[in-house]
Ligand binder design. Structure first.
Ligand code: C2E
Ligand code: MG
Ligand code: MG
Length: 820
């Protein structure tokens, strides 16, 4: 049972009790009133009797003509003048007051139902003998001397009986002297019985009226109670529904995953939830009543606070990011959403702030930004950020009427360091280089790493080429000092290409490409220098494009051909083999040297089909010469890209099978750097190739940083001393020392050694003296097309036949003098 229902029942019971009591009391009151009225009636009756009796007594009684209804009173027979004869023969008889009164009473009883009597302890007429009640009443009034009244029943009907003492007076003595009662003593009493029935019916009516009015009021009360109970129940239901909703909200706010702060309009904190305490490390009592500025870290821009207050003063919600400070002092990023609470009158009463800790998100964002825009190794901006910086620099320079210089930097010989000393060393070197470059630049210049050993510098605020050149010179100088990496001095130089905005171009992509082209040009011009893009290189750029696009179907269009350069054994003077060198007859650019298109083909991926084509063409050609009786060793260059291809072995095998060329007569030249890229893989590949019977030579030996211990692992048979060492071998002690060391090394490892780029007899003489096995170079012959090469070997064979021996090139003077 709901409390409200219980209260309603209780109220109904109370109400009913009150109404019942009131009804009862009203009944009693009406009863009392009825009795009072009866008393009044009785009193007035008795008073009237008394008055009458006195009057009659005063006159000594009255005489009345004796008639049938007025007979002489036998009880007055003792009075001598009871009867008086009239002259007309009639007779008068005495009516004493008592008799008169009794008769009047009898009349009255008949008329009104009131019973009035005269009684006394002493009486002559037995009719006056007291009844039971009168006896009792006479005794009472005799004692009290007062009237006495009481409600009694007569013949089963209710009556109010009242008795009044009757005193002996002088006038009474005439008739009542016989009783012996003296004047002044109580002679008897008159009494009256007022029937209560008429009053009873009035009282019954009054009770009905009372009952009805009370019933009505009672019912009305019940209805009101019911109504109030119902209203209360509804109200209570609504209240508890509101309470439930409020509780839900309270729980939701309390358990919210975000911190919640409610302040009053002046900013004093009135409420904080659990998360707020958790995040900020404050206990509620440390914060309540205080201003949220206690969270200020001092690291948030003032503009943000201004923006916030201006939004809030316009009663708008504000959302933004702050850096807050925890109790521990730690500063963290948070996202706050602050809303004013406005009351019905439109005034701001509170502010609610929802605070989310976005530190992790900020950190992730920063990490992502770092990853997306910065090079992880050097922590320099990457290519993407470089583009952004360039865009900004363009915009700025346009406004300022200045130029922007883009410097493209590529470390010379870095690949060799990386391949030979390992990526770890390479990485350390790159970091050191990045640091040194950064140190030599102004704060406004942007240094970026584009990947590998390529860097770029954006220099804004450039007026002339000289400004950019000065930056390039500083960088060259910075790179010039050795880098000490893991206790080892490493020397790197850098080639720099420079393009200017808007002088060279106003397009970002073109600027990047121009600088790249200029950098390549710097490399071609001997490295360790800078080169402006200028107009001259524009032509080269378009050529570069022509090369790239022309390479795509170069083999199908039959634009490639192979030239052969003989190789000679120094000791015997015998031309024992030749190197196949590819050339490209470009339809518009004319002949293009392999140095220019092979690296491009390696980048575009066209090298695979080109390499395969060369191998096929050279093997077919060499097989033809074999068949003509010239069983020469054929050397074919293999690009690093080809060397990494997993189907290399199958491809070589297929070519050998197609051409019928014997594997033992084929030698593959692989550059030192291609091997060192992945030595383990290289060993595998070489073993597979060797398994076919094909031998391997390491080309351009000495240009890399091959570790000699590594070299032992490779199943190679020949080392080719790079022509860079041969070129100055006669006058550069260092080069000579290197050549000597390589030869000595080859000997200890039982490898044969060949020097390439031998152009002079002096070089040959020196190599001979150093016990180099073989040579290749212009001294013997330039690379020759097949026909010319065929003629060359024929004449060489004839020459040998003639001399029967081979002579040193210096001595023989002409290549044609050499024998096969
Ligand atoms: P490489 O394998 O070291 O070839 C020797 C280069 O030295 C050839 O240049 C040759 O013409 C040049 N040479 C020979 N004797 C002398 C000399 O006495 N003095 C001077 N200054 N140079 C001499 P080329 O033909 O321009 O080839 C350059 C490079 O292109 C080759 O260097 C080789 O790495 C690459 N290459 C050539 N043909 C092919 C090929 O079919 N496949 C691949 N992957 N690379 C090739
Ligand atoms: Mg070669
Ligand atoms: Mg070479």
């Amino acid at each position: 049972m709901s409390p409200i229902f219980r209260m309603a029942v209780l109220a109904a019971v109370l109400w009913s009790t009150v109404v019942a009591l009131s009804l009862g009391w009203s009944f009693v009151q009406s009863e009392r009133q009825m009795l009072q009225l009866a008393e009044v009636e009785a009193k007035s009756n008795l008073k009237r009797d008394l008055a009458f009796r006195r009057w009659a007594t005063g006159r000594g009684g009255l005489y009345a003509r004796v008639t049938d209804s007025a007979r002489p009173n036998p009880f007055l027979a003792h009075i001598p003048d009871r009867d008086v004869m009239l002259p007309d023969g009639g007779m008068l008889t005495l009516y004493n007051p008592a008799t008169m009164l009794r008769e009047i009473k009898t009349e009255q009883a008949e008329l009104y139902g009131t019973l009035a009597r005269i009684t006394g302890e002493k009486y002559l007429n037995p009719i006056n003998a007291p009844d039971e009640w009168e006896k009792k009443a006479l005794a009472i009034i005799k004692q009290t001397g007062q009237d006495y009244s009481e409600v009694t029943r007569i013949d089963g009907k209710p009556y109010l009986r009242r008795i009044q003492p009757m005193m002996m007076e002088e006038g009474c003595m005439k008739c009542h002297a016989w009783s012996g009662i003296k004047v002044g003593e109580m002679r008897g009493a008159t009494d009256i019985a007022i029937p209560l029935s008429p009053y009873g019916s009035v009282a019954a009516q009054s009770r009905i009226v009372l009952g009805l009015t009370h019933g009505g009021i009672w019912l009305l009360g019940l209805v009101v109670i019911g109504f109030i109970a119902r209203r209360s129940a509804t109200h209570t239901d609504q209240l508890s529904a509101h309470q439930a909703v409020l509780n839900k909200f309270k729980q939701a706010v309390e358990q919210s995953a975000s911190g919640v702060v409610i302040t009053d309009a002046r900013g004093n904190i009135e409420y904080i939830n659990r998360k707020f305490c958790e995040v900020n490390g404050y206990a509620p009592e440390e914060v309540l009543g205080r201003n949220p500025r206690l969270l200020k870290s001092g690291e948030t821009d003032d503009a943000i606070y201004q923006e916030m207050w201006s939004a809030l003063s316009e009663r708008k919600e504000w959302r933004g990011e702050f850096k807050n400070r925890k109790k521990s002092g730690e500063v963290y990023w948070c996202m706050e959403s602050i809303s004013p609470i406005i009351d019905a009158s439109g005034a701001i009463t509170h502010f609610v702030a929802v605070i989310e800790d976005i530190n992790d998100r900020k950190f992730a964002e920063a990490t992502i930004r770092q990853l997306a825009l910065y090079d992880p190794l050097t922590e320099l901006p990457n290519r993407r950020l470089l583009r952004e910086k360039l865009d900004q620099a363009f915009a700025w320079s346009q406004r300022a009427g200045k130029r922007v210089a883009l410097l493209y930097l590529d470390l010379d010989r870095f690949k060799a360091i990386n391949d030979t000393l390992g990526h770890h060393t390479g990485d350390l070197l790159l970091k050191a280089v990045a640091r040194r470059f950064s140190g030599s630049l102004r704060r406004n210049d942007t240094l970026a790493r584009l990947g590998g050993d390529e860097f770029a510098v954006v220099v804004g605020d450039v007026d002339t080429e000289a400004d950019a050149a000065a930056v390039a010179e500083k960088l060259l100088e910075a790179a010039g000092e050795p880098f000490v990496i893991e206790g080892r001095d490493l020397y790197v130089t850098v080639s720099i290409g420079i393009s200017l905005f808007p002088t060279d171009t106003d397009s970002l992509d073109t600027l990047l490409r121009n600088a790249d082209v200029a950098m390549y040009h710097a490399k071609e011009c001997g490295k360790n220098r800078y080169q402006f893009f200028g107009e001259g290189l524009a032509l080269r750029v378009s050529r570069q494009w022509d090369i790239e696009s022309g390479l795509r179907r170069v083999t199908e269009r039959n634009e490639l051909f192979v030239e052969y350069q003989p190789k000679m054994e120094i000791g015997s003077g015998r031309v024992y083999g030749m190197e196949a060198l590819v050339r490209w007859d470009h339809p518009t650019l004319g002949r293009i040297a392999p140095d220019r298109f092979i690296p491009v083909a390696e980048e575009t991926g066209d090298i695979e089909q080109i390499g395969e084509w060369v191998l096929q063409a050279a093997c077919a050609q060499a097989q033809r010469w074999r068949e003509l009786g010239h069983p020469l060793l054929l050397s074919v260059n293999l690009s690093a890209v080809q060397f990494r291809a997993p189907d290399l072995h199958d491809k070589i095998d297929a070519v050998l099978k197609r051409t019928g060329f014997p594997a033992k007569a084929l030698e593959l030249e692989i550059t030192e750097s291609a091997i060192m890229n992945n030595p383990d893989q290289a060993v595998e590949t070489m073993r597979a190739v060797r398994a076919l019977g094909v031998s391997i030579a390491i080309d351009d030996f000495g240009t890399g940083y091959s570790s000699l211990s590594q070299l032992k692992r490779f199943p190679v048979s020949v080392l080719k001393i790079d022509r860079a060492f041969v070129r100055d071998i006669t006058h550069d002690n260092e080069d000579r020392a290197i050549a000597r060391a390589v030869i000595a090394l080859a000997k200890t490892m039982h490898l044969s050694v060949i020097a390439e780029g031998v152009e002079t007899a002096q070089q040959l003489a020196l190599l001979r003296e150093m016990e180099c096995d073989c040579i290749q170079g212009y001294l013997l012959s330039r690379p020759l097309p097949p026909d010319a090469f065929e003629a060359f070997i024929l004449s060489a064979a004839a020459n040998q036949d003639k001399t029967g021996d081979c002579t040193a090139p210096g001595e023989a003077g002409l290549a044609s003098d050499y024998v096969v």
